[in-house]
Design a protein around this ligand. Structure first.
Ligand code: VGL
Ligand code: ZN
Length: 191
């Protein structure tokens, strides 16, 4: 298999949760989380040129989501529907009409993967996508969960390593190793 085969119409670039709350100044900031933006912009531009699909996701919590501290969850409140923190980073450049899928929007249910009740499965199937390139935030949480789900679905799955950053600095390398062991290809640099 050609590791560096250029993007084409049966590929998709998944831009996971590049939202203000996961960037410096946000409610659950990932260290240098905003640095993924210019790299992702280059992948998105290449996808557009190649006729590949681009899909973005947003963590989209109701107030008092089950994952928040006030309900015994692991996180401070973040990405609350309709707030500034839940908006995509303003420098992210998505082609017009890019599907933006929402996840973890049910009050009592945690969901980390972009495949969890978002419609992503159907979208990829409709478009005949066989290979996905995943970047965004956070490397050790939603990117990890999305990549593992993509592998389980039999998709050839590439992690855009430079375009992801971990929310727990100690967990990033572990997550990358796990994803690679399960069959993900770790891809560095630009397209
Ligand atoms: C995420 C923590 C809590 C993520 C979402 O998008 O990686 N991390 N909710
Ligand atoms: Zn969340």
């Amino acid at each position: 298999m050609d590791e560096k085969r250029p993007l084409g119409p049966d590929d998709a670039v998944l831009v996971v949760d590049v939202q203000n709350d996961f960037c410096p100044g946000g409610a659950l900031p990932v260290d240098r989380g905003d640095e993924v933006v210019p790299i992702l912009n280059r992948w998105v531009r290449e996808a557009e040129r190649a006729g590949a699909l681009v899909v973005a996701t947003r963590d989209w919590h109701p107030e008092h989501h089950v994952s928040f501290h006030d309900r015994g969850g692991p996180w401070p409140p973040h990405c609350i529907q309709g707030t500034w923190g839940a908006e995509l980073h303003p420098d992210l450049e998505l082609p017009p009409g890019t599907p933006i899928l929402h996840k973890a929007d049910e009050p009592d249910k945690e969901a980390y993967s972009a495949f969890d009740a978002t419609g992503l499965d159907e979208l990829l199937r409709e478009r005949g996508v066989r290979r996905v390139f995943v970047g965004g935030l956070a490397q050790d949480v939603c990117v990890r969960a999305t990549v593992l789900d993509a592998l389980e679905r039999g998709l050839e799955t590439h992690v855009l390593v430079d375009a992801t950053r971990p929310v727990d600095p100690g967990a990033g390398d572990r997550a990358l190793r796990e994803m690679a062991e399960k069959g993900a290809r770790l891809r560095r640099g630009d397209p």
